[in-house]
Design a protein around this ligand. Structure first.
Ligand SMILES: Cc1cc2nc3c(=O)[nH]c(=O)nc-3n(C[C@H](O)[C@H](O)[C@H](O)COP(=O)(O)OP(=O)(O)OC[C@H]3O[C@@H](n4cnc5c(N)ncnc54)[C@H](O)[C@@H]3O)c2cc1C
Length: 417
């Protein structure tokens, strides 16, 4: 079924009886050419591009809960390509280009809104760092505009410009940055993959990975054993646990990241804004809620819920930047399990087991990566070759120390990212 304005009109006039389910809820077959473990954004986009770009349709996505119930439906929806280091820069640039054609490609409204992202800076040193970042973005072919204080005031007049502790010196505007409706992205990819013949199997937890003579043979699940020639692990916060089923110990720690949303308000924040001196970033959803978040909770955990000290920290940072939000009532907060690598950059690679591939380490930045990661991981799984923009996301960089991408410049250690 194709979506179009005409279709919406017709359905509206005929009682909305013609809409069909967005995807088939499939039962597992005995064997597939490829299995994707994890029905989050990255798993679903991988399945979609396997089918669309490589004609591989005898594929199953195995999801232990429901599609989109993980981090892809829990994030603060920020989409951007403002990375600095070679490796990250070209990857996120490629991903943003895919975002820009995604709604047409999927024939699905993912509400991608390029409303502009402004990273604020609060000292001369920070301005220098953001100027360098902006130059790197422009060199990559993306867009960046360095704003002075007056420039920021023009865009964001509601900020506290009298704050003596965190004076606003300016900001780096990334006009093509913005947001998208997170769960619609999962649904759109699910629909596209299902339409092309991929089996999407929910309530199907992988409990073991079958390996014989160094080759993957399939997986054990709560719905029985399934054979496969290729298996891709794409389980975000659960990466360490699932990789352990194949005898791998990953350089990953799992942490909680929280997010918050207020009651619906009239439109007041029309960009994505991030604070340079504290952990706080904010945008306003199309329903009117202010959606904001901060940093990781910084202790390893598999609990998908946060704690009050971090909630307080995030609120404090928000109040320092835009005191007017103190009037809004927080409706909900939630947490997601983040897969953090020592250099804070992701992994898209083969493993030592033939036919077994892994895509992980996206931590708090993987929503914007959903199209790029799926595209590159599908390329790797289908062809056996690394895809250009993701070619540096190798697993062995943590063993050799060569090729680390420490985007934040804080050092190669989990708890510093
Ligand atoms: C609060 C919060 C805010 C964030 N904000 C942003 C942001 O603004 N911008 C941004 O770019 N990124 C953001 N992120 C990060 C982003 O959401 C993640 O990096 C990304 O969604 C992870 O990939 P995924 O979608 O595939 O993960 P998930 O949706 O978590 O998918 C993994 C799936 O694997 C399944 N699974 C696990 N184990 C098994 C098993 N054994 N068998 C079968 N299935 C299994 C899980 O149930 C899950 O559905 C944020 C994350 C959080 C939590």
């Amino acid at each position: 079924m194709r979506f179009s304005g005409l279709r919406v009109l017709r359905e509206g006039l005929t009682g909305n009886k013609g809409w069909t389910p967005q995807w088939r809820d499939a039962d597992p077959k005995a064997e597939y050419d490829a299995i994707i473990i994890g029905g989050g954004g990255h798993g679903l986009s991988t399945a979609y591009y396997l089918a669309k770009e490589h004609g591989l349709t005898n594929v199953a996505v195995l999801e232990k809960g429901y599609l989109g119930g993980g981090n892809v439906g829990r994030n603060t929806t920020i989409v951007r390509a403002n990375y600095f280091l070679p490796g990250n820069s070209e990857f996120y640039s490629h991903s943003l280009k895919l975002w820009e054609g995604l709604e047409q490609d999927l024939n699905y409204n993912v509400m991608h809104s390029q409303r502009g992202l402004i990273n604020l800076f609060h000292s001369d040193g920070q301005r220098d760092a953001f100027a360098r970042r902006g130059n790197a973005m422009i060199n990559q072919g993306d867009d960046a505009v360095l704003l002075d204080r007056a420039g920021v005031r023009k865009h964001l007049p509601y900020l506290d410009f009298d704050n003596a502790r965190f004076p606003i010196y300016g900001g780096l505007l990334h006009p093509r940055g913005g947001t998208a409706r997170h769960d619609a992205v999962a649904w759109g990819y699910a629909r596209g993959a299902s339409e092309r013949g991929v089996d999407l199997i929910q309530q199907c937890e992988v409990t073991g990975i079958d390996i014989e003579n160094g080759r993957v043979r399939g997986v054990q699940t709560t719905r029985g054993a399934i054979r496969a020639k290729k298996v891709g692990i794409v389980v975000a916060g659960r990466s360490g646990q699932v990789a352990a089923m194949a005898g791998m110990r990953l350089p990953i720690e799992s942490h909680v990241l929280q997010a918050f949303v207020t009651e619906g308000l009239k439109p007041c924040i029309d960009h994505v804004v991030s604070f340079g001196m504290g952990h706080f970033y904010i945008s306003q959803s199309d329903k009117g809620g202010l959606v904001f978040g901060g940093d990781l909770d910084f202790y390893a955990s598999y609990a998908a819920r946060g704690n009050l000290p971090m909630a307080e920290h995030v609120m404090e940072a928000g109040m320092a930047l835009m005191p007017m939000i103190g009037k809004a009532r927080v409706l909900r907060s939630w947490g997601g399990i983040m897969d953090m690598t020592p250099d804070g950059s992701p992994i898209i690679d083969k493993t030592d087991t033939q036919g077994l591939f892994i895509d992980c380490g996206w931590c708090y930045g993987g929503f914007k990566a959903v199209p790029g990661s799926g595209f590159s991981f599908a390329h790797l799984m289908a062809t056996g070759h690394h895809h250009g923009p993701a070619a540096r996301y190798r697993l062995d960089r943590f063993r050799t120390g060569r090729g680390l991408m420490d985007e934040e410049g804080t050092g190669s250690q989990h708890n510093l990212h």
